[in-house]
Design a protein around this ligand. Structure first.
Ligand code: GLN
Length: 533
């Protein structure tokens, strides 16, 4: 039998609904349950692939090449689920499907309406995912805040769905804010009461409220929330800000007995979770022996969410090395103005992440040069690899004006150029080289040392590639192409011989790092940083 948990959010955005959903997933998985998580996003984009990181934060890429919301990153990191494009549904996709069916005449002359056609499309998706998982629990997070106009069809659809699957099989969890009002010196329950009233207007009565708060919820306040929100006291869950790391959240929720109550309401007979390994991982983040400072040189650094998976992967690698990774966010444009020393001097590692567009490129090239010359560990990801190649071509091979055709279409040395299959493509959405592709690794390379394997699979998201016309020239000067696509055509990993750690990859390793399974390149990078003074 499939069980369904729907997670909504109220009062404000950024309450950590995705983290809460993922953390519940962790707990249920540790209780032996099969869990899958998914997200419904009410915006009209078909997927976030076409959105700027300023709008949306990171685009998280799945094995099947789906470009999805960054919450799916939390889901994959917090559980063992391997998600697919079925697990991130947007209003844009729903309407695209409905309108395509309408044009095909599938509605047989009927007037096409939000209810039932749009809501049916949403319910259909839930059923499809249920068929895939069978016996297990589907946790569905509804993006946005209750009260948003665009979220209404999703809420209506899950209300109807709950009626269809019946009580005991479905749970509504509402995440809300219990703010502390300084002048009054107390926590306030009214916003939560009102957001639940709003939810009830739509016909949904939550079984559980996750109360985001900065201070402990005392018993009288819990009682008040319970009474006014019509939720039994066991269902009033405190989700206080965690001190050190997001990985504490499952432990806190377990202390609040959230998983017990969920199992009780869904009639799941499951043993208590053994969280020892998780606790141990959290402990290693909280009190590590070592410490390194790693610079992440990007153009979206002021946004906490733009390089989310990279920051998480560094945390995982740090924990495995018993080392705190202090992330120094460096704006690549500042380097262009002030030079590298001011921003990069004293760092033990430099990471250049993925990116698009010309702005800030030269600052990244300077950062790559600084890392190469000063023998500071360098890790380039996607654009960060292309930057490393451009820098090496210009400075070591003397190819003046070497560049990517993404930034300079008239470059005399287009060492990075559009992939062959991309020349015909005009549409922007979902048309890059996306998802899992195999890479063959050369023996006797740093990459081989890290992976201990001759073939690997990693997730991709790019249109440009290392131009093979320059392969020989760059290799002659000491750039090793240590990984390539099995047909030998696409460069996947480059490294510099004789440098303590200079490795860059065309794929996005950050999407495969997990708390207790750090990604091998991230692990090696942090280790190399620890040996740098
Ligand atoms: N803009 C580059 C490309 O399309 C790099 C993409 C990325 O870093 N994800 O190839």
């Amino acid at each position: 039998m499939t069980k369904y948990i729907f997670v909504t959010g109220g009062v404000v955005s950024s309450l950590g609904k995705g983290l809460a959903a993922a953390s519940l997933g962790t707990l249920l998985e540790h209780r032996g349950q099969k869990v899958i998580l998914q997200k419904f996003d009410p915006y009209l984009n078909v997927d976030p692939g076409t959105m700027s990181p300023f709008q949306h934060g990171e685009v998280y890429v799945l094995d099947d090449g789906a470009e999805t919301d960054l919450d799916l990153g939390h889901y994959e990191r917090f559980t063992s689920t391997n998600l697919s494009r079925m697990n991130n549904l947007t209003s844009g996709q729903v309407y695209l499907n409905v309108l395509t069916k309408e044009r095909e005449g599938k509605y047989l002359g009927n007037t096409v309406q939000v209810i039932p056609h749009v809501t049916n499309e949403i319910k259909e998706r839930i059923r499809n995912v249920a068929e895939q998982i069978g016996d297990g629990i589907i946790i569905t997070e509804i993006g946005g805040t209750v009260g948003d106009i665009e979220g209404l069809p999703f809420l209506e659809a899950i209300r109807q769905f709950a009626l269809e699957v019946g009580p005991g099989n479905v749970l509504f969890i509402h995440t809300s804010l219990v703010p502390y009002i300084k002048a009054a010196g107390e926590l306030k329950t009214k916003p939560t009461q009102q957001s639940i009233a709003k939810l009830r207007e739509i016909g949904i009565s939550p079984h559980i409220i996750l109360c985001r708060t900065e201070y402990p919820l005392e018993p009288d306040l819990r009682h008040k929330l319970s009474m006014h929100c019509n939720v039994p006291i066991e269902g009033v869950i405190e989700v206080r800000d965690v001190k050190h790391t997001i990985y504490e959240v499952p432990l806190k929720l377990h202390e609040e007995r959230l998983d017990d109550y969920v199992c009780k309401l869904l009639h799941i007979d499951a043993p208590q979770p053994d969280l020892a390994r998780w606790r141990n991982f959290v402990q290693r983040i909280i009190s590590p022996t070592h410490h390194v400072r790693i610079g992440v040189v990007g153009k979206y650094i002021e946004l906490q969410d733009a390089y989310k998976s990279i920051y998480e992967a560094l945390t995982h690698a740090g924990a495995a090395n018993d080392c705190k990774v202090e992330i120094v966010k460096v704006d690549s444009e500042s380097i262009e103005k002030a030079g590298p020393e001011l921003y990069l001097g004293g760092l033990q590692g430099i990471l250049v992440p993925g990116g698009f567009g010309e702005r800030g490129i030269e600052g990244k090239v300077i950062a790559a040069r600084y890392a190469r010359e000063q023998k500071i560990p360098y890790f380039g990801i996607c654009l960060g690899m292309q930057i490393a190649v451009i820098e090496f071509a210009r400075d070591v091979c003397g190819l003046k004006g070497a560049n990517s055709t993404e930034f300079d279409t008239t470059s005399p040395h287009p060492v990075i150029s559009l992939m062959d299959e991309q020349h015909q493509i005009v549409e922007k959405g979902g048309t890059m080289r996306l998802g899992t592709w195999v890479t063959d690794i050369q023996p006797d390379t740093k990459a081989y040392d890290l992976y201990h394997s001759a073939t690997i699979t990693e997730r991709h998201r790019h249109r440009y590639e290392f131009n093979p016309d320059y392969k020989q020239q760059l290799e002659d000067k000491g750039l090793t192409l240590s990984g390539s696509s099995p047909d030998g055509k696409l460069a996947e990993i480059v490294e510099i011989k004789g440098h303590p750690f200079f490795i860059a990859c065309q794929f996005h390793p950050e999407f495969l790092s997990k708390p207790n399974h750090p990604h091998p390149i991230f692990f090696g990078f942090v280790k190399a940083a620890m040996n740098t003074h």
